[in-house]
Design a protein around this ligand. Structure first.
Ligand SMILES: [Zn+2]
Length: 277
């Protein structure tokens, strides 16, 4: 058989929950066409002896939004088997962005995710204003893995409300405008919307980032444009009341990130480490 690629001798974990087996994988025209003992020689042979062969992992929580500019292979997640990554989590994105605001958005990512501002400003083309333009720019970088992006609440709020976005509630007109911006972002390719209510996430001047204290009504209005488009809402630092309100309002899908859960998992993992003392 004329396989384009043969991956030989790996332990196959196929993602269905079935028992791992040692098997070769044959690929033709980008599709797996054979699993088992493959005969013949493929155009490209990959020796996977001693390795695990699996479907690619999907990393649903990344902040590769800037790094992808200087590292389109998105390391190290791609080294770990991730073939699809979701950008734009936790409300912090670089679009939509008025040209005058790029320093502010880059500075926000620096304080929230500890990614140096100068690297963000020099490592991305900053050729966009809307989220679709950001996705187009990312596509031109030819990422080494599949990427999808959420449009961030903090960026949307600053785009619509300016300086008022940091500490004030939105008017009805501004809420409607934010919902329209989010709807356009999704129509131009965003996989959904993310928001951040974790008060210790600050701007460079020490104030919590835009959206941290936004009324539930604002999130509900946005949720009502996200859900009908089959898109996702993602939230970090949101309490159960807010999460329930958003979910009930529109019936859409919700990704929630919680620090308490992360910490508990981390301590559990540490407790499992062998003691080499
Ligand atoms: Zn995050």
């Amino acid at each position: 058989m004329g396989y384009d690629i043969a991956i030989r001798g790996g332990t196959l974990v196929d993602g269905t929950g079935s028992t791992p087996v040692r098997a070769d994988v044959g690929i033709e025209n980008g599709l797996i066409t054979a699993i088992g003992d493959l005969e013949g020689t493929a155009r490209r042979e990959i020796d996977a002896d001693g390795l695990t062969v699996t479907p690619g992992f999907v990393d649903i929580h990344t902040h590769l939004d800037a790094q992808i500019g200087w590292d389109p292979d998105c390391t190290p997640v791609s080294w770990h088997g991730v073939t699809t990554a979701l950008l734009g989590n936790c409300g912090v994105t670089f679009a939509p962005c008025h040209p005058r605001d790029k320093e502010l958005l880059a500075g926000m990512m620096e304080t929230v995710e500890d990614i140096p501002r100068h690297a963000i400003l020099s490592g991305l083309p900053w050729s966009w204003e809307d989220y679709g333009g950001y996705l187009d720019a990312i596509e031109r970088l030819r990422p080494g893995i599949n990427v999808a992006g959420l449009v961030g609440h903090s960026a949307v709020r600053f785009y619509v409300m300016g300086e008022r976005a940091v500490e004030e509630q939105a008017s009805a007109v501004e809420r409607a405008e934010m919902a329209a911006v989010v709807a356009r972002s999704i129509d131009r390719g965003a996989a959904g919307f993310s928001t951040n209510r974790f008060a210790p996430h600050k701007l460079r001047d020490g104030r919590s980032i835009p959206g941290t204290f936004a009324d539930a009504a604002e999130l509900v209005e946005i949720a009502k444009v996200v859900a009908p488009r089959g898109a996702l809402m993602q939230a970090v630092g949101a309490d159960n009341t807010i999460l329930r309100t958003i979910a009930d309002a529109a019936g859409g899908r919700l990704l929630a990130a919680g620090f308490a859960v992360f910490l508990r998992a981390a301590f559990f993992a540490m407790a499992q480490l062998p003691d080499h003392g």
